[in-house]
Design a protein around this ligand. Structure first.
Ligand code: 173
Length: 318
C-alpha cells in the first residue's frame, strides 16, 4: 500500500512538473506576413512571448507560404498548427454558418457581453475542434475595387474575384465570380482575368494592388473578421496560467480594434494619393447596394441553417 501511494505521489509530482514546463504553440497566419491582416496577430505573438515567458510561447512559423490560406482551417482543426490567424471566409468548408460573422454590425466587446461570443466559440469547438480565442477586424468594412467604372449597383458583365464574404451580394448584383486566395489577385488583375475584386478598405497598398486598381466603390459594407483559433485538444491541455496569458493578450488585441477607425481614414487618403478614384453612389443607389448586401448575406446564412441564422442575427446586428 505504502509503495503504491508513494508511486502515486511520484506520478502526481511528475505530472505537475510537466504542466509547469513552458509550452510552445506553433502559429500560422492566413495572410502574408507583415501585411495588414497579419499585423494584429504578430503584435499578439510578441505580447504572449513577453508576458508568457516560462509559461507559454508562440513560434510564429509564417503565412501562406507555410500553409495555403484555404487549408489553414483544416490544419488548426487537426492540430498540424496550434494557433491560426484566419478569417471565416477561408474556412467555410468546416464552419459554413461562419459567414454570419462578417455580417456583424456590433463589436466583439458587445458580442462578449451579450452572449454571442459564447455561441460562436461553441460552434467553432463543435464543428471544427478549435477554441475561438479572439476577433480582430472590427470597424473595417469591405469594398468593391474595379479596373472599369460603373454607375450603379449592377455588376452584370463584370468578372469579379471573390471569397465567401462577397459571393451572395455580388451574385445577386449579376457579377461573374472567380474565387481566389489573396495571393492570386495581383496576377489576375495584371492578366485581365478579372475586372475587380472584393477587399477591405485597408491593405490594398500594402499588397501593391493599387498599381492595378482604378476605382474603389463606396459605400463599404459588412465588417472584417480575422480570428485567432487554437486547436481544441491543445487548448484543453494548457495550464490555467497559460490560458490566462493567451486570454489576456486576446483582450488586449481586441481593445486595439478601435484604432481601425483612424487607420481607415488614412488608408482612404493613401488610396487617393496612389490614383485610386472613388465611385460614390448617390443615396438611392447606396441604399440599394447596402440592402442587397444585408439581404443576400443573411439569406446565404439562412440557407445553411435558418434557426442558427436568426439566433446569430439577434446578437450580431444592433
Ligand atoms: O477578400 C478576402 O480575401 C477576404 O475574404 C478577406 C477577409 C478578411 C480580411 C481580408 C480579406
Amino acid at each position: 500500500m505504502r509503495t503504491y501511494l508513494a508511486a502515486a505521489a511520484m506520478a502526481l509530482l511528475a505530472t505537475s512538473a510537466v504542466q509547469a514546463e513552458e509550452v510552445t504553440l506553433r502559429g500560422v497566419t492566413a495572410f502574408a506576413g507583415g501585411t495588414t491582416f497579419s499585423r494584429p496577430f504578430e503584435a499578439f505573438v510578441e505580447r504572449v512571448n513577453e508576458t508568457g515567458a516560462g509559461v507559454v510561447q508562440i513560434d510564429y512559423v509564417g503565412g501562406p507560404e507555410a500553409v495555403p490560406p484555404f487549408e489553414l482551417g483544416n490544419a488548426v482543426s487537426e492540430g498540424v498548427v496550434d494557433i491560426a490567424n484566419n478569417t471565416t471566409a477561408f474556412y467555410t468548408n468546416l464552419l459554413p454558418a461562419g459567414d454570419a460573422l462578417h455580417l456583424a454590425t456590433n463589436t466583439i466587446q458587445d458580442q462578449r457581453a451579450n452572449g454571442c461570443y459564447d455561441k460562436i466559440d461553441a460552434l467553432h469547438q463543435e464543428q471544427m475542434n478549435v477554441k475561438f480565442l479572439a476577433r480582430t477586424g472590427d470597424n473595417i468594412q469591405f469594398h468593391l475595387y474595379l479596373t472599369k467604372p460603373i454607375d450603379g449597383p449592377d455588376l452584370s458583365g463584370l468578372t469579379i474575384r471573390t471569397t465567401p464574404v462577397y459571393r451572395a451580394m455580388f451574385e445577386a448584383l449579376g457579377a461573374t465570380l472567380v474565387r481566389t486566395a489573396p495571393g492570386d489577385v495581383y496576377t489576375s488583375l495584371e492578366r485581365g482575368a478579372i475586372d475587380g475584386y472584393g477587399w477591405p478598405v485597408q491593405g490594398v497598398l500594402d499588397l501593391g494592388w493599387d498599381e492595378q486598381t482604378k476605382y474603389r466603390v463606396d459605400p463599404g459594407f459588412y465588417q472584417v473578421d480575422v480570428n485567432f483559433l487554437v486547436n481544441l485538444d491543445r487548448w484543453n491541455e494548457l495550464s490555467d496560467e497559460a490560458k490566462s496569458v493567451l486570454e489576456e493578450a486576446a483582450a488586449w488585441t481586441e481593445e486595439r480594434n478601435a484604432e481601425n477607425i483612424d487607420i481607415n481614414a488614412s488608408e482612404v487618403e493613401k488610396q487617393a494619393a496612389a490614383g485610386i478614384e472613388t465611385i460614390a453612389f448617390d443615396d438611392d443607389k447606396a441604399a440599394q447596394w447596402l440592402e442587397t448586401a444585408q439581404e443576400a448575406g443573411w439569406a446565404g446564412v439562412a440557407a445553411i441553417d435558418a434557426a442558427l441564422a436568426d439566433e446569430l442575427k439577434a446578437c450580431l446586428v444592433d
